[in-house]
Design a protein around this ligand. Sequence first.
Ligand SMILES: Nc1nc2c(ncn2[C@@H]2O[C@H](COP(=O)(O)OP(=O)(O)OP(=O)(O)O)[C@@H](O)[C@H]2O)c(=O)[nH]1
Ligand SMILES: [Mg+2]
Length: 311
Amino acid sequence: MAFRSGFVCILGRPNAGKSTLLNALVGEKVSIVTHKPQTTRNRILGMVNVAARKGRPAGQIVFVDTPGIHKPDSSLNRKMMQEIRTALEGCDLLLLLVDATQKFGAGDQFALNMVQQTGLSTFLVLNKIDQVEKSKLLPIIASYSGLHKFAEVIPISALKKEGLDLLVEKVIRALPEGPRYFPQDQLTDQPERFLVAELVREKILQLTGEEVPYACTVVVEQFEEKSNVTRIAATIFCEREGQKGIVIGKGGQMLKKIGSAARFEIEKRLGTKVFLELFVKVRPGWRDSREFVEGLDWRRQLEDLTSKERE
Ligand SMILES: Nc1nc2c(ncn2[C@@H]2O[C@H](COP(=O)(O)OP(=O)(O)OP(=O)(O)O)[C@@H](O)[C@H]2O)c(=O)[nH]1
Ligand SMILES: [Mg+2]
């Protein structure tokens, strides 16, 4: 049987569990997860290699995690929606991921409209079924099925890793014949340097409240891998002095907490000891500065770093 491959975009409203699903499929944490909506800001690829089995073709699925679909109100949010549109370009199949604990509402209609505009074959994937009685799934399936013809409807729990084998099986069968796009041992396209920035941001999202985590972004300024230690320096940008005060905390307690929680995860990921230095700066209104927001894109930062190295 011929080798199958393709790009499969995971779309859905904020907090539906897209990044949890990507990590569960890949088997490694490549995308950050929090209980807060609008965690993911850039598209991230996660590769899954599938071996041939009982009539199932072998192949490579490139899943694309995306920011949650929402109505944008700042340059940052517009950039997030742009990331979704870019992810949709050249995509072979869509997974519309829906939080099955929530009733169908206006936000779901907005997401569904976006899916319909692509004209792409789409699976409806109902997530968080560990939290839902089976009878409650039917009305959700009915509201979606009345509005769109989905190629498949698959209930899963990304958290408990239930239904994922069936999902992978259905996806690989739906993909066209094609080449292996990435080496077999490559799990993601996002280099570790940028995952580190994301892990620091994840801790800010988990440890601070209200508007503060949304007003923060993280840029890695130094990333030096020595034989048994990685030296990392990163800057946390926030929008106001008050937010900076909260991120630093009394006597620097909060920043210390963020730093050690992030360091724990980074060490796990890199497999080395990590020396992590964090700085906090105020950049008023950065979320509304198109230029600043564009500069935060890790793909852009990677290009800049590579061209600096060449000079
Ligand atoms: N009970 C349960 N919780 C889940 C499941 N999948 C994800 N979650 C939780 O849902 C929350 C959001 O998960 P994420 O993976 O960050 O969601 P997302 O869709 O990537 O969110 P954004 O990046 O903000 O768009 C986290 O608290 C997850 O632990 C699931 O199958 N069951
Ligand atoms: Mg996410």
